[in-house]
Design a protein around this ligand. Structure first.
Ligand SMILES: Cc1cc2nc3c(=O)[nH]c(=O)nc-3n(C[C@H](O)[C@H](O)[C@H](O)COP(=O)(O)OP(=O)(O)OC[C@H]3O[C@@H](n4cnc5c(N)ncnc54)[C@H](O)[C@@H]3O)c2cc1C
Ligand code: FES
Ligand code: FES
Length: 1076
């Protein structure tokens, strides 16, 4: 039987860790962040979906004396699975003390970090790609300072790593700067050289040397060799504190057949990545690690195909399928498709078997299952002592596997001995390069014969598999296959095939985007079969003559294959030098090296407790009580903080501003879904999060009206937030006169926008520490420390001056950490105040998205009058804004939206404005608040007018730009001098540039030959009314000449506030003639 490992031995950034008695459900990320001094890997999502936690994992094979290095999501990797591994975080690459690594320096120098929360993960993904490219001895040795990586690979090195602030251009530039085949001239703005600089650019880049870093320390290699000798070739065993690592299938069954085995408490894992998809609902106290069973990791290849052990990672499977002198079409296509599953840092740990088991148990949108199904793969499973093989199709139809069914291997036929085999796979997902589960995926195999005389193609064998479209599991469409078998592909056959497919592909009730998924399935099948029908494969209309068939032309304009390129020119005015100069952002290297301290990076004080919210799942309900399910996690509840804990003299205030406030906790009535009901307190954040999931809230609906959930409900029930008169925007001219001047009118057309999550990379977090004399210090990831201070003071009933709020930097905010984060900070302070112990809250991603309301959904009905040449003479707008439950900043929005719309001269403008109060989370300011809605509505109107008149949209845009006179009518003093109004000339310059016109031409050509896929291009103007707000700052020159600058009212979220402050200070001191 597998024995429990008494100790875990591994290396972290070259240091030896030897631990025992660890919690087996702890992830590597949690261990690094809470038990070591390293804070580089961040917790962004905890789902393998963002890359903030990426580390380099290295394993050593003592037999081959070989180190394998790969990137891994440390939020999914369980600590128990890294025995004898070496882990490198970004701090291990470089740091302030030992000097920064070239990756960190180049990310900083290419201006590739903003809030910096994603940056450590970016560095590690890039490092992993460089290390692996450089190890490849078949690649040519690059010039000094470069890696063996190609520019194409470098572009994809960080694919899967999300950045919510910076934009990928500078990140990709930093990555590509390591590739020797890149033209450095093409890289964007950086601090290493300036455009037009003479001289060798490569020498200006921070030096990179191949093999410059050891990823696996010698001491660990020696220990591994020694342990191999001792255990005679077997790897060390595990167990004790609940981590079991059976060494054989027999040992596995001995474990699961023990009387003490309880499937509810035991988790069986290979890579544990499924926890990124299906969140654990309770804690486990025992784990069985399948990766200790050698048989599950074997790979066998013969002329018929490849047999892959179920625990083999997806990355390894890709490598195996591409190996060999002539990988078959089927293998190549499967490997290509697998490369789009998740991201490399997930594929490197996720097993093929784990994927198939998820699919077999039902409703997982597996890609791998679909593509292996079409290739007629076979699985080998063991149940108890019985081993059987089944076709994958049979396996999927079996009852869901339980812990007694062990998937041993998967055999994938090569189809090499069959001639004329076609195989293709497809997937459509929100992101084409992966890291997004498919809407629909398919794989098709056909064996064909062609009549030499007529050229007719007959389908001898057809295997069509479809998955993820809203089905229990992937299926083969047998009825359609039978229909097609033996047929010559013609138009009518395709038509009938489409009809049959529509009958079969029926998404289950409640499937999102159901129609879209079905249309994708049909489109993919058509795409596969239509080239086989002679009459349908003819090129249409005008295809450039240099392309001899449609496919080659379409491939030539396939956006996935176009290298990313862009240019940015900064015109620098030296009048206020160095203000405005594009210098390296202060602290950028600190962010890259993981040393920048965010709120959650502050070490937890002694006795720290952790909080997680229980929130309402009903929009309007009486809350009768909260109990906890009997479970392991429930045992972790230390206490629950709620409205009853608000001290005497304090108020139940969670957030608020001049337009009103909202309660911190629902007392007896929950008024919106997502409203905090209580805060579960436990000894660790994971325990608190898990325990909060165990809460059972008893609701009652007696005597309650139905909730107001939409703009329409609010209008019907007249539920509005008042707009103060001074915030009401200005109407222009006379709408009746304007309509009378028009040649055409559009009446009461509708345009609407939904909400949008704030989705900053660092979830809302706080650490509250009670202080002497009834004071409290709160470290808060707040965009608004002042509001945080006042809300905490009001809730606790203490003077403002007793509350100290400290915010050093944020991992993004986008408006969500201004008002909507306040309840988190206040709850944290309340818990710490009540319990007299430090309390920390780090929202999990789901709670963050549910509680922090997002952008205001908006609806507009417009009536517009216009001339035949496109000039708009009048616009009337009925604008409806869904503000959610409280005022927040809602009353500011009509003005902001109308302000953004006023980029065009509407001639005469009138409106009716309503800010709707609904039983939703309060909506708030978010990235370009109001501008997004205003610009979207304005452009919808312009496009509508253009389409009525059949005029080019750009012509209608251009026709409705302001002149300076109308600009003054709409914007008053903010219009500025006539000479500063440059929008029309800028627009003309852009729309008339050869590159824009070329792209328009390319798109027209593409659309003319592409029947199904269409492309477009747009050139959208914006205006922004700038208002300045003087902010005091204090500059102290210390005795050694160093300078301290304190700036009031600004929070560094990565946009470079500190850098600006430094530049301003330098400018001012220089102007004042201060020297030294
Ligand atoms: C961010 C993200 C994106 C993803 N995107 C995609 C995608 O686009 N397409 C896609 O197809 N997949 C996708 N996946 C799913 C991913 O492929 C699976 O999570 C992974 O393959 C599971 O393997 P694992 O080794 O981590 O399994 P684990 O999580 O360890 O196990 C999964 C389940 O299978 C059981 N199990 C594992 N191995 C065996 C075995 N040999 N016998 C019996 N039971 C076993 C375990 O007990 C567990 O219940 C994504 C995953 C993540 C995290
Ligand atoms: S991928 Fe691990 S935190 Fe997002
Ligand atoms: S800089 Fe990438 S998320 Fe902020």
């Amino acid at each position: 039987m597998g024995r429990e490992t008494e100790r875990l031995v591994f290396a972290l950034n070259g240091e030896r860790y030897d631990i025992s008695g660890w919690d087996p459900s702890m992830t590597l990320l949690e261990f690094i962040r809470t038990q070591t001094r390293f804070r580089g890997p961040k917790l962004g999502c905890g789902e393998g979906g963002c890359g903030a936690c990426v580390v380099l994992l290295s394993r050593y094979d003592p037999i081959k004396d070989q180190v394998t290095d790969f990137s891994a999501s440390s939020c999914l990797t369980l600590l128990g699975s890294i025995n004898h591994c070496s882990v490198t975080t970004t701090e291990g690459l470089g740091n302030t003390k030992d000097g920064y690594h070239a990756i960190q320096q180049r990310i900083a120098g290419f201006h590739a970090s903003q809030c910096g929360f994603c940056t450590p993960g970016m560095c590690m993904s890039l490092f992993s790609s460089l290390v692996n490219a450089d190890k490849d001895t078949t690649r040519p040795v690059p010039p000094s300072g470069f890696s063996k990586i190609t520019a194409f690979e470098a572009e994809r090195a960080i694919s899967g790593n999300l950045c919510r602030c910076t934009g990928y251009r500078p990140l990709v530039d930093a990555c590509k700067s390591f590739a020797s085949d890149v033209d450095l001239e093409d890289l964007g703005l950086n601090t290493f050289w300036q455009r037009g600089d003479k001289g060798e650019r490569a020498t200006k880049l921070p030096n990179y040397s191949i093999g410059g870093m050891c990823t696996f320390p010698e001491f660990l290699k020696s220990e591994i060799k020694l342990s191999v000798n001792i255990s005679n070739g077997n790897r060390p065993q595990t167990i004790e504190n609940g981590w079991f690592r059976p060494n054989s299938i027999k040992e596995y069954y001995e474990l699961v057949e023990l009387n003490s085995f309880n499937p509810n408490n035991v988790k069986i894992v290979a890579g544990n990545t499924s926890s990124g998809i299906y969140k654990d609902q309770d804690l486990y106290d025992r784990f069985i690690d399948l990766r200790g069973i050698p048989e599950l990791s074997m790979i066998r290849r013969n002329s018929d195909g490849v047999e892959i052990g179920s625990a083999v990672t997806i990355s390894k499977a890709i490598e195996v399928l591409r190996e060999g002198k002539a990988p078959t079409l089927v293998f190549n296509k499967i490997a290509d498709h697998m490369n789009k599953v998740a991201s490399s840092f997930v594929r490197n740990i996720a097993s093929v078997g784990g994927n198939l088991i998820l699919a077999q148990r039902g409703r997982f949108e597996s890609d791998i299952c679909t593509i292996l199904l079409a290739a007629s793969s076979i699985v080998c499973i063991q149940v108890g002592s019985k081993r059987s093989t089944y076709s994958l199709e049979e396996f999927l139809e079996m009852p869901p596997c339980d812990h007694r069914s062990l998937l041993l291997s998967i055999f994938i036929p090569s189809w090499a001995s069959s001639s004329n085999v076609l195989f293709e796979t497809y997937r459509a997902a929100p992101r084409p390069w992966g890291n997004a589960v498919s809407y629909t995926n398919c794989a098709f195999l056909a064996k064909t014969s062609t009549d030499q005389e007529t050229g007719d193609v007959t389908l001898e064998i057809v295997q069509l598999a479809f998955g993820a479209y809203g089905t229990e599991h992937a299926i083969r469409v047998r009825k359609l296959e039978e229909f097609l078998k033996g047929k010559i592909v013609t138009g009518p056959i395709l038509l009938e095939a489409t009809r049959l497919l529509k009958e079969i592909i029926v998404p289950t009730d409640g499937t999102a985007h159901a129609k879209y998924r079905v249309s994708l399935a049909i489109g993919f099948m058509f795409k596969f079969l239509s080239p086989l029908a002679k009459s349908l494969a003819q090129p249409r209309k005008c295809m450039p003559t240099e392309y001899n068939n449609v496919k080659s032309y379409m491939d030539s304009v396939d956006s996935h294959n176009i290298p990313i390129s862009s240019r940015q020119d900064i015109v620098f005015n030296s009048e206020f030098r160095p203000v405005g100069e594009p210098i390296k952002k202060s602290g950028a290297e600190l962010q890259a090296s993981g040393e920048a301290v965010y709120v959650d990076d502050i070490p937890a004080p002694k006795d720290c407790l952790y909080g997680a919210f229980i929130y309402s799942s009903k929009p309007l309900a009486h809350v009768k009580g909260i109990t906890f399910k009997p479970s392991l996690a429930s045992k972790k509840v230390a206490t629950v903080i709620s409205a009853k804990d608000i001290p005497k003299g304090g108020q139940n205030v969670g957030a608020g501003w001049i337009f009103g406030s909202e309660p911190l906790f629902a007392d007896s009535l929950a008024e919106w879904a997502g409203q905090p009901l209580g805060l579960v307190i436990a000894e660790t954040q994971r325990f608190a999060n898990m325990a909060a999931k165990q809460a059972v809230v008893e609701y009652a609906m007696d005597n309650l009206e139905p909730p107001i959930l939409s703009i329409e409900d609010a209008i019907e029930r007249k539920s509005f937030v008042e707009i103060p008169a001074f915030l009401y925007p200005k109407q222009v001219g006379n709408i009746s006169t304007g309509m009378a001047e028009a040649d055409h009118t559009i009446q009461s057309a509708e345009v609407k926008l939904g909400s949008q999550y704030h989705f900053y990379m660092e979830p809302v977090t706080a650490l509250a520490i009670p202080d002497e004399d009834n004071c409290i210090t709160v470290y808060a990831s707040s965009q608004w420390p002042e509001g945080t201070q006042s809300a905490i003071a009001k809730c606790l009933g203490i003077p403002f001056h007793n509350v100290r709020v400290i915010t050093r930097r944020l991992g993004g905010g986008f408006g969500g950490k201004a008002f909507r984060s306040l309840p988190v900070f206040v709850s944290c302070a309340l818990a710490a105040y009540k319990l007299r112990r430090p309390v920390r809250i780090y929202l999990d991603r789901q709670t963050d998205m549910i509680m922090v309301g997002g952008r205001h959904p908006t609806k507009a009905y417009y009536s517009v009058g216009f001339k035949s040449d496109g000039k708009i003479t009048a616009l009337h707008l009925d604008l409806r804004i869904n503000a959610g439950i409280a005022g927040d900043v809602g009353p500011l929005f009509p003005r902001a939206i109308i302000g953004a719309m006023n980029k065009y001269n509407w001639g005469n403008l009138s409106f009716d404005l309503k800010v709707c109060k609904t039983n939703n989370t309060s909506k708030s300011a978010m990235r370009a608040p109001g501008d997004v809605q205003g610009s979207f509505i304005a452009e919808a109107i312009i496009e509508h007018v253009a389409s009525v008149l059949s005029l080019p949209t750009n012509a209608v845009r251009r026709r409705n730009f302001h002149d300076h006179e109308s600009l003054r009518v709409f914007f008053g003093e903010s219009a500025g001098e006539a000479s500063t109004y440059t929008l029309p000339s800028l627009f003309d310059r852009l729309a008339l540039t050869p590159s824009y016109e070329d792209r328009v031409k390319m798109i027209k050509n593409f659309n003319s030959v592409s029947k199904w896929r269409k492309r477009g291009i747009s050139c959208v103007p914006i205006t922004y009314e700038v208002s300045t707000r003087p902010t005091p700052g204090r500059v102290s020159v210390l005795n050694d000449g160093s300078i301290v600058v304190e700036v009031g009212g600004g929070i560094e979220m990565g946009q470079g506030l500190w850098t600006k402050a430094i530049q301003m200070t330098a400018f001012c001191l220089n102007s004042e003639g201060v020297v030294g």
